[in-house]
Design a protein around this ligand. Structure first.
Ligand SMILES: CC(C)(COP(=O)(O)OP(=O)(O)OC[C@H]1O[C@@H](n2cnc3c(N)ncnc32)[C@H](O)[C@@H]1OP(=O)(O)O)[C@@H](O)C(=O)NCCC(=O)NCCS
Length: 516
């Protein structure tokens, strides 16, 4: 621990806050939340007389809110940490700091002779002890960075408890229901929806950029052959690297906003062409050239399937694509911003983001929900199959979400799209969805598990003739627009993203072992 030499020996009593914000264990959660808000504190101590019997922190409030409980009836003692550790007022601040950081506490009651005399927070201690935050802040930050704000953005956000997400200032679902993907792409890049004239100009800008440069088109068959086992998304990483080299993309640090935007337009426009060409080559088919007369989604399906799709299928896939352009600070978006923050070129940031997206915990497993429907087969089989899976501890694919604790708005919209398309799989999916929610509510009560985006995305894509191997690539072809919007935003107000880690190995420096 790095405490400066001149740090005066101070004790907890010197820096603790008092009087302490307290509640009774039998108080309602709403009352405790109001006390925290009014007193502007991050925790309240539950007392019996003046004896502390529990502590309720902001983290507990978040847990409680996420559980969907009623703050007007739930009681403090149901959510507090009972019999909390405490510290004596005479303890020196360095020892107190070590104790809090060791346990990962943010606040600790100060108790003398069984009586609550104050409360001390990690922040108070750090300020006073002049301790380097990098060494110990890790205790304050959750693993996986859940809930940690790492940037400011005007691109969009997700409100998990409300089941709402937005692009810029607009409801993303409303955009998917009423706009084209080119319009939303314009919104993401330019910050505003286009007028009719701007829409036409934007489409005209995109059309020629869909072409694969000849030098890359020449090597594509060989790449597709070499990467036959890997699939189109992995091959996309390689081709984006080639594309960056072909167009001479320069470090984002060295280019102005117009040049970086130009790079972004090229990448977003050509990704669908690259993915469908690789897919067709891997199937032993000739790539289909982009049709400048077709809008984005119809062109995408035509390049994949070899024939122009029905207007209905093109619109359904377009709605899916719009709904997946952006979704808060997800792992691939964060990756794109981290790479851009180093000043690297746009191709490098997109390649890194594709890598992050390819993992099964992010975008790498969207066909699993459909595989589950196939395995269940008939509605009669649904109850025993689902029950058996949950009882074995398996996850039902297409259910549950880290952020949404209510209906995932994307799944609600895609259910509507699937219903519009119709077909036997849709009916079966709806019956299985209802049964799965029932089984999850019974066997996993209180976990708030509902359908996520994957469940109906698979149905919609399957009904529109998109093969399962193209599910994640299709996701990537729209998400690249979101990544690029974030890359442009990061570059416009850049600061190197360079966090710290907590070293937990053997205390250094150890003597070097003798070489024997
Ligand atoms: C999406 C997902 C990873 C989010 O997980 P998370 O927020 O970390 O949730 P947790 O893993 O903490 O799960 C909380 C509880 O709900 C249960 N749960 C979560 N998702 C579940 C699912 N799909 N089926 C059955 N139980 C599930 C967990 O078993 C856990 O139960 P427990 O309290 O008895 O241990 C998770 O819901 C999941 O694995 N879903 C299935 C895969 C999927 O559809 N992925 C696509 C996401 S878009």
């Amino acid at each position: 621990m790095a405490v400066t030499e001149s740090t005066p020996a101070r004790v907890v009593a010197d820096i603790m806050s008092h009087p302490v914000a307290t509640v009774a264990p039998g108080d309602k959660m709403a009352e405790a939340a109001a006390t925290m808000r009014e007193r502007r504190v991050g925790s309240v101590v539950a007392v019996d007389g003046s004896r502390p019997v529990g502590i309720l922190t902001e983290r507990d409030l978040v847990r409680f809110t996420a559980s969907g409980g009623d703050a007007g009836t739930a009681l403090v003692h149901e959510w507090m940490t009972a019999s909390p550790d405490s510290i004596a007022p005479g303890v020196d601040v360095v020892t107190a700091f070590a104790s809090l950081s060791e346990h990962g506490y943010r606040h600790i009651p100060v108790v003398e002779a069984d009586e609550l005399v104050g409360i001390v927070s990690m922040r108070d201690l750090m300020r006073i002890a002049q301790i380097q935050p990098a060494e110990h802040l890790a205790h304050e930050i959750p693993r996986g960075l859940e809930g940690v704000v790492v940037a400011e953005t005007t691109i969009g956000d997700v409100r998990g408890l409300e089941g709402f997400y937005h692009y810029r200032q607009y409801n993303a679902v409303e955009l998917a229901e009423s706009r084209t993907i080119e319009d939303v792409w314009h919104l993401m890049f330019e910050g505003e929806l286009p007028t009719l004239a701007q829409r036409a100009a934007f489409q005209a800008q995109i059309a020629p950029l869909r072409e694969i440069p000849a030098s890359i088109a020449t090597v594509l068959p060989e790449l597709a052959r070499l990467g036959a086992e890997a699939g189109p998304l992995d091959m996309l990483r390689t081709t984006i690297s080639l594309l960056g080299a072909h167009f001479g993309f320069r470090p984002s640090l060295d280019v102005d906003a117009a040049e970086l935007r130009d790079n972004a337009m090229r990448v977003c426009a050509v990704v669908p062409t690259l993915l469908t060409a690789i897919h067709r080559l891997q199937q032993g088919l000739e790539p289909v050239a982009p049709d400048p007369g077709l809008p984005y989604a119809a062109n995408y399906l035509a390049m994949m399937q070899g024939t122009a799709p029905s207007a209905e299928h093109a619109r359904a896939v377009e709605q899916y694509l719009i709904s997946t352009i952006d979704h808060g600070f997800n792992a691939s978006t964060f990756t794109a911003r981290v790479i851009t923050s180093t000043g690297a070129d746009l191709a490098a940031a997109v390649v890194g983001a594709i890598g992050a997206l390819s993992g099964p915990l992010h975008g790498g497993a969207p066909s699993r929900a459909l595989d589950m429907l196939d395995a269940i087969g008939t509605i009669d089989n649904a109850d025993p199959w689902l029950r058996g899976a949950v009882e074995r501890g398996d996850r039902l694919m297409g259910f549950g979400h880290r952020v949404y604790k209510t209906d995932d708005p994307r799944s609600v919209m895609l259910r509507g799209v699937a219903e519009r398309l119709g077909g036997p799989k849709v009916e079966l999916a709806e019956q299985i969805e209802a049964k799965a929610i029932e089984v999850l509510a019974e066997l996993k009560p209180g976990r708030k598990l509902y359908t996520n985006v994957e469940f109906y995305a698979g149905i919609v894509m399957d009904t529109c003739g998109v093969p399962r191997t193209m599910f994640t690539p299709t996701f990537a072809s729209s998400r690249v627009i979101g990544w690029c919007a974030h890359i442009l935003e990061q570059a416009a107000a850049n600061r190197l993203i360079r966090p710290s880690a907590l070293y937990v190995g053997p205390p250094p420096p150890q003597p070097l072992p003798q070489l024997r």
